[in-house]
Design a protein around this ligand. Structure first.
Ligand SMILES: C[S@@+](CC[C@H](N)C(=O)[O-])C[C@H]1O[C@@H](n2cnc3c(N)ncnc32)[C@H](O)[C@@H]1O
Length: 247
């Protein structure tokens, strides 16, 4: 578990190659001192990622529309997106709805086929007993191998793409801290056990905590030395997978 202090575009490439890269970047949307766009991270992150790896980015549709050319030009291909639903949130001044969600978008290298990208299919234990027969496979959804499937009560079900997780308001050490439970889902899905996660804008180190709990290795980078030390202390206070007290 390593937490570097400095500019991630300079430091992070030296600590790869990564199995998964996580990016929760400053978008320059607010007046917070650290919220200044870092323009050159997409190309450097791509060069530091294993071919079987993928990139998860936090943002809003506004930020993704503004940066879509930068992703494409750096060699990233869009894979899929998730919606993180929060119990409360903060809106921009022109919003007409209370904003309680954030997007998470997964990208992979455009020189690698999607089937070669590591992906451990996430499930939740809430299936209902039923047998579903597919007479016609919908052509627009790609190849589906089984013609039917049987599920049982409480069995595994493909995780839904809208994920409700409480945000860290009230106990956060960083103004835009992400919940460990949400990060753990991404990490378990996209990084093999024991693999290396690169967290390019570490903030509170929440992703480092998630890596400890999930048994993945972690390199994070934070430009603010005070926050970097808080993140280091926080990660160090969590027992690694397998070293907790057994029930
Ligand atoms: C959106 S916050 C990340 C919050 C984090 N995901 C968490 O859960 O706590 C972005 C962080 O990137 C840091 N930052 C800004 N520019 C940076 C740079 N060039 N290199 C590394 N960190 C940077 C900021 O200080 C800020 O803490």
């Amino acid at each position: 578990m390593t937490l570097l202090t400095g500019d991630s575009a300079l430091l992070m490439p030296w600590h790869g190659p990564y199995d998964m890269i996580l990016v929760d970047p400053p978008y320059g949307d607010t007046s917070l001192a650290w919220d200044r766009c870092v323009p050159d991270w997409p190309g450097k992150a791509l060069a530091a990622l294993k071919p079987s790896g993928s990139l998860w980015v936090f943002g809003s549709l506004r930020s993704f529309l503004a940066s879509s050319a930068a992703f494409r030009n750096a060699g990233w291909k869009y894979a899929q997106e998730l919606v993180w639903e929060k119990q409360n949130g903060s809106s921009f001044h022109a919003d007409r709805f209370r904003r309680v969600h954030e997007l998470l978008v997964q990208f992979y290298r455009d020189d690698t086929p999607w089937r070669a990208v590591y992906n451990s299919v996430p499930t939740t234990p809430d299936a209902r007993a039923r047998t579903v027969r597919r007479k016609h496979r919908p052509p627009h959804m790609g190849q589906i191998d089984a013609g039917h499937y049987v599920s049982e009560d409480g069995g595994p079900r493909l995780m839904r793409s809208v994920i409700p997780v409480r945000n860290a308001h009230g106990r956060a050490i960083h103004p835009t801290e992400k919940p460990v439970a949400l990060l753990e889902i991404l990490i378990r899905t996209s990084c093999p056990p024991g693999g290396l996660v690169g967290d390019w804008f570490a903030g509170s180190g929440a992703a480092g905590v998630a890596c400890r709990l999930a048994g993945r290795r972690y390199v994070g980078c934070e430009i603010d030395p005070v926050m970097a030390q808080k993140a280091r202390d926080r990660i160090a206070s969590v027992l690694p997978l397998g070293e907790g007290i057994s029930p």
